[in-house]
Design a protein around this ligand. Structure first.
Ligand code: CP
Length: 306
């Protein structure tokens, strides 16, 4: 049974096909309005979410399917000690496909290994968030018309930000990508990502603490929130949380066609004044996430029925 746990579970050709499907849905949504009639999506969220859970649910509804939902661990039998493996077996009796978020890295893989239906990882701890990456890739593609020959800056919490790890992995398979890593010393990209992805694939990258110095070179600026929930120490979080705040002043040295992305939620790292700048793409990115999730649900359900 085909599941998507990591963005690398999808080939570049499959990602390109998902982008093409998402663009076709954007152009002709009525053509897809009954594509998943009589099918059920189960959203199992053991960790808070606004965008991912609701966009999966909106995606399934716009495909004519139905949704059953577990919005928190506390409202499920996980609170009584039921394992992820047993939960996956149980939900396989009710639904046709699962989207699952869990605070533990590897939990989605455990679910996939025990379910008899496709499982989509909707975020597992600090590890991966492949459907956010699909949203990011569609945003870049729609804004730039390409996914290669780009200088991409990642700014903020590069240590705990699973969306950063997934997007770097995805971009490493395209040509002409340069990466600029902008973070405080304590929140640098983990060495395993640098070694296993950037160095292994000869992707040029630089590390800096200065957003202002990096800004003029960037085609894409991917801002991130400092992930409070992954800190062991409140004092460290408070010291680091406002390390970078993107405002209009900092954008004065940016390219006129810069695209600013953020997986959201935003806390304080992008001033609301930036929202009206034509370079701000983060709310379009939210919408694109729904279309990419529609494309992925369609693909996995089709494969499961073959
Ligand atoms: N981008 C994202 O994963 O947002 P949520 O946590 O609200 O789902």
């Amino acid at each position: 049974m085909r599941s998507v746990i990591d963005i690398l579970d999808l080939t570049v050709e499959e990602i390109d096909a998902l982008i093409a499907t998402a663009c076709a849905i954007i152009e002709n949504p009525d053509d897809y309005a009954e594509a998943c009639k009589r099918k059920k999506l189960a959203t199992l969220f053991f960790e808070p979410s606004t965008r991912t859970r609701l966009s999966f649910e909106a995606a399934m509804m716009e495909l004519g399917g139905n949704v059953i939902s577990m919005a928190s661990a506390s409202s499920s039998s996980a609170a009584k000690g039921e394992s992820v493996a047993d939960t996956a077996k149980v939900i396989s009796c009710y639904a046709d496909i699962i989207a699952m978020r869990h605070p533990k890295e590897g939990a989605a893989l455990v679910a996939a290994n025990n379910a008899s239906i496709p499982v989509i990882n909707a975020g597992d701890g600090g590890h991966c968030h492949p459907t956010q990456t699909l949203a990011d890739l569609l945003t870049i593609y729609r804004e730039k018309g390409r996914l290669n020959d780009l200088t991409v800056g990642f700014c903020g919490d590069l240590k705990f930000g699973r969306t950063v790890h997934s997007l770097i992995n995805a971009l490493s398979r395209y040509t002409g990508i340069k990466i600029v890593l902008i973070s405080p010393e304590e929140l640098k990209l983990p060495s395993y990502v640098k070694k296993d992805v950037l160095q292994k694939k000869n992707i040029p990258y630089v590390q800096t603490t200065s957003l202002e110095e990096a800004m003029p070179d960037l085609d894409i600026l991917y801002m991130t929130r400092v992930q409070q929930e992954r800190f062991f120490n409140e004092e460290d979080y408070l010291r680091l949380k406002d390390s970078y705040i993107l405002d209009l002043k900092k954008l004065e040295n940016a390219k006129p066609d810069l695209s600013i992305l953020h997986p959201l939620p935003r806390v304080n790292e992008i001033s609301v004044a930036v929202d009206d700048d034509p370079r701000a793409c983060y709310f379009k990115q939210v919408l694109y996430g729904k279309y990419m999730r529609m494309a992925l649900i369609l693909k996995l359900l089709k494969e499961a029925s073959e």
